[in-house]
Design a protein around this ligand. Sequence first.
Ligand code: MEV
Length: 312
Amino acid sequence: MSGSRASWTAFGAGKVILLGEHAVVYGHPAVAAPLSVGVRALGRPAKTCGLVLPKGLGALQRQALAAAFERAAGACGRPPVQVRLESELPRSQGLGSSAAVSVACARLLLEVGAGGKPPLLGRVEEVAHEMECVFHGTPSGVDHTTSVRGQLIRFVKGPLVAKPRVRPLRSPTPLWLVLVLAGDRGSTKESVGSLRARTGKWPERYRRLLADIGKVADEGAKAIEAGDLEALGDVMNVNHGLLHALGLSSGRLDSVVHALREAGALGAKLSGAGGKGGVVIGLFREPRGVVARLERGGLSAFATQVAGPGVE
Ligand code: MEV
């Protein structure tokens, strides 16, 4: 974050979950990476603490954002700053836009509140978590923690918000993902809530599947550290199958998963909350040419290296 007497800016990165979404809410491990794109919070001195709501939001999104900002403002002692947001992330696509907003606002409010002193990571995570609770109800914390830490991590939520178990993962090989945006996915709160209802109704079956997701997430973390992309791809395919079994995929997401595999992905899966749409990721040794090919087929895609030589 950078600051001057007149204004402040703070950044929150978007995220992509490689493995373990949903199961992470139940205490199992997940693997996630930050994106280079995200949300910037810009602050100007003001008499009171407030947020300029971005244009183009629906009534419910406006309400949620205003309430989340209020929660963060309260947690930071309401520093006298007017905040506005600039986002490079599409909303409701599984790229962590709410976490990026939360991290950018938390960083900015804490820095202004401390008279320009950069905030501690743990405080940013606490305040961002407060905002994420307003957006999502019972977030695991993986989205905003990945955004704050800024590197590929293995994440397990802790008993205390501020104490997740986080381990950076080093990849000896470049880890290239192609991300396909498969349309609006609906709310994370709803998909987490409907899974919770099914888990409550059929606990043994659902807990078994969630525990399996945790196991494949750890197998994937090992594959990453060993540079074994073929094994990681297989883990991603199995993880998608388990998410499908949990009722978190859709015809649209499955067809994008197949398109990625046909385009040569070592593995492909939905990423994030799932549901009707959202983001689908494919792992490639060499993504050159893949994005153009997918786009010729009518898909909206981009490639990003999330770990390995060149980004660590
Ligand atoms: C959403 O990006 C990830 C979920 O696992 C929810 C969470 O971890 O809070 C679906």
